[in-house]
Design a protein. Sequence first.
Length: 118
Amino acid sequence: QVQLVESGGGLVQTGGSLRLSCAASSFTFSTATMGWFRQAPGKEREFVAHISWNGGSTYYADSVKGRFSISRDNAKNTVSLQMNSVKPEDTASYFCNRVVGRAPLYNWGQGTQVTVSS
C-alpha cells in the first residue's frame, strides 16, 4: 500500500530555515505530481505547493511564494520543501501527497510538525 513518510520538522526561530522531506513508496513516483500541505491547530488542511513529475513546473500558495521551494529526487522517490524566512504563521503539521491539481489522492501520512517561535 502507498506510504508517505514526512520528516525534518522541528522548532525554528522566526526568519530561520528548515528543510522537510517526504519518502514515498508503492506507486509510480516518477510520473506523479507531488504536493505539500499543512494543517495548523484548529484550522483546515491547506495546500502549500506542488511540483510536476519531472520538476519542470512548480506552484505555490501565495502565503509561501518567494519563501518556500519544492523539489524532488525521482531516483530516491523523495520530495522536499525548503522553508526560508519562516514566520509564526507557518507553524503547522506538514504533509505530502500525490496530487491532481491541488487535490490529494492518497491517505495521509503522519506528517511532520513545524513550530516557528517569535
